[in-house]
Design a protein. Structure first.
Length: 91
């Protein structure tokens, strides 16, 4: 007998609503977890795409606080370069 059929039979034999709701919550959590794992896999596969690769090999060694600092640093640099480009275009 397949696991799914065993599970169906077990569910059909339970009349306690709290137990059934617990099972429902568990299965919803498991579905959400699988979705998150899939999303993590997608993100991991794209970490070295395009221009990201030049940063990846440095960033992979950073701790959480250093990643936040580096992200802020890049954002600041983007703003400064944008401003410089706007000024160059005006002249």
């Amino acid at each position: 007998m397949s696991k799914l059929n065993e599970f169906r039979e077990m569910i059909d034999e339970i009349d306690d609503l709290s137990v059934l709701r617990s099972g429902q919550e568990l299965l919803r959590d498991m579905m959400a977890l699988r979705e998150l794992k899939h999303k993590v896999e997608e993100i991991e596969q794209g970490l070295t795409d395009g221009g990201k690769a030049i940063f990846y090999f440095f960033a992979e060694e950073l701790d959480e606080d250093e990643v936040v600092f580096a992200a802020e640093r890049i954002s600041g640099r983007i703003k400064r370069v944008d401003i410089l480009k706007e000024q160059e275009e005006k002249t």
